[in-house]
Design a protein around this ligand. Structure first.
Ligand SMILES: [Fe+2]
Ligand SMILES: [Fe+2]
Length: 267
């Protein structure tokens, strides 16, 4: 199995944390914080991989106007995020190395033409995942204790806002030209995408509180609050935003809630 090895990240980021913040953690909390940031490091790596595929799919669909180049820049940003998360692992005393699990291929959507295929992925990645990331990272930034960690999360947040906006703009730009049939097909896809989003996010946001205030200040979030924020983001941002572009997101979200194995496991 290959691994993602980002050792030396703390030096690259010139990240140092106040010794007092670290001294407030007991060993269990320190381990929880290391595991949290190591999981984020892996997530960022996965995001870089997804945007690499998306740049190619945008080219294939003929959606130029600088969009593939912008997405290529996002790949570099996701790599930098992985390195920044690795830096936090290191200042917490962990090793910035993680085994890479077998990752499923980024969907090519063989049943759809190039435009529909890339729209599905842009909606899934930017309008869903990145929009949720913006909400969660903003909350983490507010809870972060050490100023250096607040700055690091602010830097990541600014990029994630750009990643989410990219998709929202693309959907807004193309929405007026989408046929009723394509809107309906995208609505069918949204049932699957929203189900997968909820399954993924809830699996990564265990319904338990942060072990302590000190751990929360170093990024181990309160799972109950994070789950509430996730559902609020879907209900108040994602669904209305897609509806405004003429996509039947509300009915898709209701269908996902009825069919999803996660349903009932809210906050
Ligand atoms: Fe990221
Ligand atoms: Fe991102």
């Amino acid at each position: 199995m290959t691994s993602l090895d980002l050792r030396g990240a703390a030096d690259r980021a010139e990240l140092r944390l106040d010794a007092r913040a670290l001294a407030e953690l007991d060993e269990v909390e320190r381990t929880a914080a290391i595991l949290t940031w190591r999981a984020r490091m892996l997530n960022e790596h996965v995001s870089a991989r997804v945007f690499t595929a998306l740049a190619r799919q945008l080219e294939r669909a003929g959606l130029h106007s600088g969009r593939p180049a912008r997405v290529a820049a996002m790949v570099a940003e996701e790599w930098r995020h992985a390195d920044r998360c690795a830096a936090v692992v290191e200042v917490l005393g962990g090793a910035a190395v993680v085994e890479l699990p077998a990752l499923p291929p980024v969907p090519e959507h063989e049943d759809a033409d190039a435009l529909e295929a890339v729209l599905r992925n842009v909606i899934s990645v930017s309008c869903l995942s990145e929009t949720v990331a913006v909400a969660l990272i903003d909350a983490e930034r507010r809870s972060a204790g050490p100023p250096a960690l607040q700055r690091l999360l602010s830097e990541i947040l600014a990029d994630e806002v750009g990643h989410a906006r990219f998709g929202w703009r693309l959907v807004e730009d193309l929405a007026p030209s989408l046929s009723p049939t394509l809107r309906e097909r995208l609505g069918d896809y949204l049932v699957i995408a929203l189900d997968e989003l909820a399954s993924h996010e809830l699996a990564h946001l265990p319904a338990r509180p942060s072990p302590s205030v000190a751990a929360e200040a170093l990024g181990v979030c309160d799972g109950h609050a994070a789950r509430r924020l996730f559902f609020a983001t879907v209900n108040e941002v994602i669904v209305p935003g897609l509806q405004a572009s003429g996509l039947p997101a509300l009915s898709a979200w209701r269908a996902a809630q009825e069919s999803g194995a996660w349903a009932g496991s809210a906050a």
